[in-house]
Design a protein around this ligand. Structure first.
Ligand code: NAP
Length: 364
C-alpha cells in the first residue's frame, strides 16, 4: 500500500518540472488519489497558466470523462504548497477544490502570501506539514522573498587549494576545469539573477551567461545580470551590456551607462553601499526569488557581514595560485561580526579533477 508520504514525494517530483519556468511563481505539484491509487497529476508550469491543483483536477477529467465528478468526490489531494485562495492571474484553487467536493487535502507547506486555506475551509479535512522540510527547500527562494523580503542568496567561487580566486595579476579565468564551468552555467540558469561587482567586471569582463547549461532556450527566462556601480566606473561597453542579456545596474544619477537592455536603478550615494536595500529592491520590485553572487572578495565579504549569504559553493581546483593571490574572502579579524561566522558543509562532490563543496554559513 502506497503511503501518504510516497504520494507527496510524487507531487514534489512533479513540482520540480517547473524549475526553470515558474519563476517568479513557486514550483508546485499535485496528485489526486482514489482508493490509494493516483488518478490525476498536475504541476504548475508558468505564471498566468493553470496551477498544479487545477491541472490535476483536469487530468482526472481527461482520465475519467463523465465519471470524473463522482471520482473526485471520493478522492484525496496531495499538494506541495497551500492552495491559493486569492484571485491572481487565474481563479483561486480553493474554489476548484470546493466545487469538485474533494474532502481531504494533504498540504506539504503553508504559504503566508495566501489567505489561509487551512483556517477557512472547515468542511475539508486538511493535513498540513507532510514533507514540509523538503517542500520548503524546493521553494527556498520563493519563501525567502515572501518571508524575508529578499532573494535566497548563493555565492559561488572558483578557488585553488589555497583559497585563491585570482593570480596576483588579477587573472582568474579558467582556474577550474570545463566540467566545473559547465556546472556553473547550470547554476546560473537555475538562479533568477546574478550579482557581480565592478572589480570583477573591470578585471575579467565576464559574460555571466548560461550558454553551456543545456537550459539556454527560448522558453526559459535567462537570469537578470545585476551590477553595483556606485562610483560610475562602467561605460556600457562591457560584455554584460553588449551580449543581449537583460541587466540592472544600481548606480547614481551620474552613470555613464547607456544600453537599451540595461535598466538603471538610481540611488542616493549612501544607499549604494546598502546591500540590504538593494536585495529588498530585487525581491519587491523585480520579484527575484534566487540570486547567485559571482564577485570578488569585496562584495562577498560585505554581503557576509550583513548575513545575506545563505549558501556558498566553492569549486575547488587542485592548484595553488601563489603567495600574492587574491583570496575569496579577506575577513577583517578585528570585526566581531566576521570572526564569528562558521560554516556547515552540506555536500561535497567531485567534478572531474575539481571538488564542489556546498556550505551553509552559521551566523552566531
Ligand atoms: N575565481 C572566482 O570565482 C572569481 C569570481 C569573481 C571575481 N574574481 C576575481 O576577483 C577579483 C576582483 O575582486 P574585487 O573584490 O575587486 O571584485 P568585486 O567584489 O566584484 O567588486 C568590488 C567592487 O565593488 C564595490 N563594492 C565593494 N563593496 C561594496 C558594497 N558594500 N556595496 C557596493 N559596492 C561595493 C567596490 O567598488 P567601488 O568602490 O568603485 O564602488 C569594489 O571595488 C578579480 O581579480 C577577479 O578576477 C574571481
Amino acid at each position: 500500500m502506497t503511503s501518504p508520504k510516497e504520494h507527496m514525494f510524487e507531487a514534489l517530483s512533479l513540482a520540480k518540472k517547473g524549475l526553470l519556468t515558474t519563476r517568479p511563481n513557486p514550483m508546485v505539484g499535485c496528485v489526486i488519489t482514489l482508493d490509494n491509487k493516483i488518478i490525476g497529476r498536475g504541476w504548475h508550469k508558468k505564471s498566468g497558466e493553470g496551477h498544479a491543483e487545477v491541472n490535476a483536477i483536469q487530468d482526472v477529467f481527461d482520465n475519467f470523462g463523465s465519471n470524473a465528478p463522482s471520482a473526485l468526490e471520493r478522492s484525496e489531494m496531495y499538494v506541495t504548497l497551500e492552495p491559493c485562495s486569492t484571485t491572481g492571474k487565474t481563479p483561486p484553487c480553493s474554489e476548484a477544490i470546493k466545487k469538485n467536493k474533494i474532502k481531504k487535502v494533504y498540504i506539504a507547506s503553508g504559504d503566508s502570501s495566501q489567505n489561509g486555506f487551512t483556517e477557512n475551509e472547515k468542511d475539508i479535512e486538511i493535513i498540513e506539514g507532510l514533507l514540509e522540510e523538503e517542500a520548503r527547500e524546493l521553494n527556498r527562494g520563493f519563501f525567502s522573498r515572501i518571508e524575508k523580503n529578499r532573494p535566497f542568496i548563493t555565492a559561488k567561487m572558483a578557488t585553488g587549494l589555497d583559497g585563491g580566486i585570482a593570480l596576483a595579476s588579477g587573472e582568474s579565468k579558467w582556474i577550474t576545469s570545463s566540467i566545473s564551468r559547465e556546472d556553473v552555467h547550470k547554476l546560473r540558469a537555475t538562479n533568477e539573477a546574478i550579482l557581480t561587482g565592478t572589480g570583477t567586471i573591470l578585471k575579467d569582463d565576464p559574460s555571466l551567461t548560461s550558454r553551456d547549461s543545456g537550459y539556454d532556450n527560448d522558453e526559459i527566462k535567462q537570469p537578470l545580470i545585476v551590477v553595483i556601480d556606485r562610483s560610475n566606473k562602467l561605460t556600457g561597453n562591457e560584455k554584460i551590456f553588449t551580449q543581449g542579456s537583460k541587466t540592472l545596474t544600481f548606480t547614481s544619477e551620474d552613470s555613464f551607462i547607456s544600453s537599451s537592455r540595461n535598466e538603471l536603478c538610481v540611488m542616493k550615494k549612501e544607499d549604494l553601499s546598502n546591500l540590504n536595500k538593494m536585495m529588498q529592491y530585487l525581491a519587491n520590485e523585480k520579484s527575484i526569488n534566487t540570486l547567485l553572487v559571482e564577485s570578488g572578495s569585496n562584495i562577498f565579504d560585505s554581503l557576509l557581514a550583513e548575513e545575506l549569504i545563505d549558501e556558498l559553493i566553492l569549486y575547488q581546483a587542485p592548484k595553488l595560485l601563489g603567495k600574492d593571490r587574491h583570496t575569496f574572502s579577506k575577513f577583517n579579524q578585528t570585526s566581531q561580526k566576521l570572526s564569528t561566522i562558521d560554516f556547515k558543509i552540506s555536500s561535497i562532490s567531485n567534478l572531474g579533477e575539481d571538488r564542489k563543496v556546498t556550505l551553509i554559513p552559521n551566523y552566531k
